[in-house]
Ligand binder design. Structure first.
Ligand SMILES: Nc1ncnc2c1ncn2[C@@H]1O[C@H](COP(=O)(O)OP(=O)(O)OP(=O)(O)O)[C@@H](O)[C@H]1O
Length: 986
């Protein structure tokens, strides 16, 4: 049986807790094992449900049931949990198991509340007595050890007695006395330490029967050893050392053990270790007897001494006070009564002592065997309990399975419920769709009905309106008819009256004529002399008749007038009819949507007002911006300089073979430079060199440039003239360099400038500006002014005078034709006229155009009625005569005079520009030195903006003249003249 238990115990699954009977471990490792079991039991409790029957803790291994089933599951779990489902008689077993695990976790000496059969009460008592001893005030290791040994021993005996195998009454009594001190000690150790007996060893009074103490322990010890070390049950591993030959003796085990230093007995059962301890002190670690189980050494408590042989035991069992030296071997040293603390001298009956010990140990052995048997019985019962527990768990598992099945079935039901619900939902959704469709159809039908109703209502209203309009029309027509009728009646009455009157008159006249004729015939018959008188009377009557006839004609004319009135009335009637129709249409229109029309009209009116206000604001803003633009524009022009010079090189003609070497170094970037390679010069040493002349201007136009490109550069100056500045643009250069082409050709500066001015003036009209533009075209030939717009035959005859207004700084031309530029086409006429006049002049004096300076003067006077501003500007576009040098021209006679005058005027122009650059304010400027500068007095200098084009011939033959022109232009460029002033008056 024991072997079976030993084999069975380790094979227990960790999740199954050991019953209390077999649990009490004798080694820490066993405790640990139980602790582990406790932990695993705790875990398994989670798996199986709590032992106390609460299933509110959801088993961790179970899946989470649906919400619907949670409560049911909990309830079911509560019903089918270990407590609820277990048989009533198994509930204590569960409690016992639980208590055991708890004890195991805390230690082997904890109290057990097990209700397991057999020895439960004694174990409880033992545990409690141990605890009591701890708090009883017994100090020192010896006393404690003895006390524990005593308690344990009493415990064993009490178990035996409980099982009905109690061997002696004294032991029972002793157990009863020691019961409160029995703690859960299963290590029995008895020790005596002679050295300590004086102070520590305490023996109950009734145990100090000297007569019963064994005299020697040798033989008994052997017997004890042999008796307790039966194979398979117990083994004596330690030594038995009697405390003294004179130690207390008795016929029971207590008496024997009182004389021992220590006795430890352990069961060989794997699951239990029983130790019996006797009271008495045993300080010596070596003086102990241990009955130890076959546990591995690691399971044996450390206090257990190593096993000794039997002969050694014999030696050790010899009573002795102390093993430490003769000094302590005082046989008369008193023992101390543990209860009274009386010092007593133990009397050992050495002869009978071993017999007593043997006998007592025999009894003890029997007790232990009985105890083992009891333990076996307990184990069987435990197994039974465990099996019942297994059955119980099986039943729980089965219940859980059934619960699981139920849950699955519930899940299945839930799924089916969900599918049903989904179907119902789908059907509901479909029904809703149908209902929505029905509602929509119904709604549409209602809308249709309403529309039909409104349409009918609208038809009815329209019909009523039409009827009302028809009624109005009929009333109106009735009134018209009535009026017409009245008119017709009036006319008929008048006609009738007139006819009656005419008829009456005619009848009256006829009657009178008859009367007269009767009277005449009577008188002719009566008086011959009176014939002439009668004749004259007749003639008078005929005259009267004529008068009457004329009166009749007048009446007829009156009638015609009346008929005209009638036709007029008819026309008026037709007009009224048309008005009636228009009114009817208007009535229809107004009645159709009078409110919307009114609203739309109001909106339109409001928007129109807003638009007008916005337009006024925009115009005001435009005016302000225009003023600002003018200001900024002229600031820019001032920054650029009031006299600017640009160079233009004309292309070579097909017939021209020797071009000069003219380069444009920066034509790809700024186009401000031109370089001319001079003629070859041979030095005295015979070296031929060529000089390279480079010039820089505000802008350089190459041979490929077009007039439009050139005009872009001067357009801002033209704008300045419109803004109230005097602007002078002139072309300077030798004959044939392209001056006329640039200035007066069909797309030259003059037509372009006038076109821009006209367009700009038109644009400025919306800003309140009104411009008056007058053009004059004069030439200066041989220091005389000629009007190019006058008659060609008057070209050299009519004296043209130039007047200056110093206050206004304006120039006026007398005896010239001024053409109002009311359209761009007028410029073409001007240019054609000028060209024709110069052509006529040319026939007289050969190439007149090259021999004179032509000046196109455009006066611009603007007024702004909104702001009250006024501006007066003049644009002078000057085509100068060719600038040949005298020695090169080889001119003679008239040609020489022309050339001299040209050079003079050009020289004076240079002088004026130079003087403007050098002079301070108020200094003399030699305008009067030439007709040209005099004419341009207020267009050159401080009050003007000047632009000079220096025209360059590309021919090598003209190279010297080209260089001269470029030098002159450079001189002009380097001249700084004063700031231009705007000719405006507020
Ligand atoms: N940029 C140009 N492109 C093409 N041809 C040009 C250009 N400039 C001038 N010409 C031509 O060169 C010739 C001479 O030009 P233009 O008569 O304008 O010179 P000019 O300096 O006015 O001479 P003059 O002093 O005798 O009046 C003309 O036939 C003209 O068409």
């Amino acid at each position: 049986m024991d072997t079976a238990l030993e084999n069975q115990a380790p094979a227990k699954p960790s999740g199954i807790r050991a019953p209390s009977k077999v649990k009490l471990p004798s080694s820490p490792s066993r405790f640990n094992g139980l602790s582990e079991m406790s932990d695993s039991a705790a875990n398994s409790r989670g798996a199986m449900g709590p032992p106390n029957g609460s299933i509110k803790h959801k088993p961790s291994g179970l899946p989470e049931p649906p919400h619907k089933q949670r409560k049911t599951l909990a309830e079911r779990g509560g019903e089918c949990g270990p407590t609820a489902a277990a048989p009533t008689n198994t509930r204590p077993v569960n409690n016992a198991v639980k208590a055991t695990i708890a004890n195991g976790a805390r230690g082997a000496f904890s109290a057990s509340t097990s209700r397991m059969p057999s020895a439960n009460s004694s174990r409880n008592t033992s545990a409690s007595s141990f605890n009591g001893s701890v708090g009883s005030g017994i100090k020192g290791p010896g006393a404690n050890g003895l006390h524990r040994a005593r308690s344990a021993y009493g415990h064993v005996r009490s178990k035996s007695s409980h099982q009905g195998a109690r061997p002696a009454t004294s032991m029972a009594q002793h157990d009863e006395e020691l019961r409160p001190e029995r703690k859960g000690a299963y290590t029995l150790s008895i020790s005596t330490n002679p050295k300590d007996t004086q102070d520590n060893f305490k023996v109950p009074k009734r145990r100090t029967n000297k007569d019963k103490l064994p005299s020697t322990a040798e033989a008994s010890t052997k017997r004890i050893f042999s008796s307790v070390s039966t194979p398979g049950s117990l083994s004596l591993l330690s030594s038995v050392v009697p405390s003294s030959p004179e130690g207390p003796a008795g016929d029971d085990c207590d008496s024997v053990l009182d004389g021992m230093s220590a006795l430890t007995i352990r069961s060989s059962s794997e699951d239990m270790t029983y130790s019996r301890a006797r009271r008495g002190k045993l300080s010596g670690k070596n003086s102990s007897i241990s009955l130890s189980s076959q546990f591995p050494s690691s399971h044996i408590p450390r206090a257990t001494p190593k096993p000794v042989r039997a002969d050694a035991l014999t030696q050790l069992c010899t009573p002795t006070r102390s093993r430490n030296g003769p000094k302590n071997q005082d046989a008369s040293a008193p023992f101390v009564n543990r209860f009274t603390n009386d010092r007593v001298i133990p009397v050992f009956d050495t002869e009978n002592r071993m017999d007593n010990i043997e006998r007592q140990f025999e009894m003890f052995k029997q007790t232990l065997e009985a105890d083992v048997k009891n333990q076996a019985v307990d184990l069987k019962e435990t197994i039974k309990v465990l099996r019942s527990r297994v059955h119980e768990l099986e039943s729980i598992r089965a219940q859980l399975m059934s619960v699981n099945e139920e849950l699955r079935s519930d899940v299945k039901d839930a799924k089916s419920y969900m599918s049903t619900a989904n179907l119902e939902l789908e059907s509901t959704r479909r029904n809703h769709t149908f209902e929505v469709d029905d509602l929509r159809r119904k709604h549409n039908n209602e809308i249709g009905d309403l529309q039909e109703k409104y349409r009918k209502e609208a038809d009815r209203v329209r019909k009523e309106n039409e009827e009302a309009a028809e009624k109005v029309r009929k009333d109106f027509e009735a009134q018209i008819d009535k009026l017409l009728k009245m008119h017709t009646e009036d006319l008929a009455e008048i006609q009738k009256r007139l006819n009656n009157e005419v008829e009456e008159e005619r009848m009256r006249r006829l009657r009178e004529v008859g009367e007269l004729q009767t009277e005449y015939s009577l008188k002719v018959q009566s008086a011959g002399l009176e014939a002439d008188t009668k004749e004259r009377e007749t003639q008078n009557v005929r005259g009267e008749l004529i008068n009457v006839k004329s009166e009749l004609d007048r009446e007829r004319a009156l009638k015609t007038g009346l008929q005209g009135q009638l036709s007029e009335a008819t026309t008026h009637n037709l007009t009224l009819d048309a008005a009636n129709k228009a009114m009817k249409a208007k009535i229809d229109f107004l009645e159709s949507d009078s409110q919307a029309q009114s609203q739309a009209f109001n909106d339109l009116h409001r928007r129109m007002q807003e638009a007008i206000e916005a337009a006024e604001l925009a115009n005001e803003k435009l005016r302000q911006e225009e003023t600002l633009r003018r200001k900024l524009h002229n600031q820019v022009q001032e920054l650029k300089g009031n006299i600017r010079v640009m160079c233009r090189v004309r292309p070579t003609h097909v017939s021209e073979t020797e071009p000069a070497k003219i380069a444009f170094p920066d034509s790809d970037t700024d186009s401000k430079e031109v370089s001319v390679q001079g003629p070859e010069k041979q030095s005295a040493m015979g070296n031929v060199t060529t000089a390279n002349h480079a010039y820089s201007f505000d802008r350089v136009f190459g041979p490929t440039s077009q007039n439009g490109e050139v005009f872009e550069e001067i357009s801002q100056l033209v704008q300045s003239a419109l803004d109230g500045y005097n602007v002078c643009i002139f072309c300077y250069g030798q004959t044939g360099s392209g001056k006329t082409f640039t200035m007066s050709s069909a797309d030259g500066m003059i037509p372009r400038a006038t076109a821009q001015i006209y367009a700009e003036a038109t644009r400025l009209e919306e800003k309140g500006w009104r411009y008056k533009m007058e053009g004059s075209f004069v030439e200066v030939y041989n220091e005389t002014y000629n009007d190019l717009l006058g008659r060609s035959e008057d070209l050299d005859k009519k004296k043209v005078e130039v007047r200056h207004d110093a206050a206004k700084k304006t120039t006026t031309l007398e005896n010239t034709v001024s053409v109002a530029l009311d359209s761009p086409s007028r410029v073409e006429e001007i240019l054609k006229t000028a060209d024709k006049n110069r052509s006529v002049a040319a026939t007289k004096a050969n190439s007149r155009s090259s021999r004179s300076h032509s000046v196109f003067i455009l006066k611009l006077v603007g007024e702004n009625s909104d702001t009250g501003e006024r501006s007066e500007g003049t644009l002078n576009l000057v085509d100068l005569a060719g600038s040949e040098r005298l020695e090169h021209s080889k001119a003679e006679g008239a040609r020489l005079k022309e050339t001299q005058n040209i050079n003079k005027s050009l020289s004076c122009l240079g002088d004026v520009i130079n003087a403007l650059g050098n002079a301070k304010e108020g200094a003399h400027i030699p305008y009067r030195n030439s007709k040209l500068t005099y004419l341009l007095q207020y267009s050159l200098g401080g009050n003007s903006k000047t632009l000079m084009f220096v025209m360059v011939s590309p021919l090598q033959a003209h190279l010297q003249e080209t260089v001269t022109s470029l030098k002159f232009a450079t001189k002009v460029l380097n001249t700084h003249i004063g700031t231009a002033k705007k000719m405006t008056r507020a």
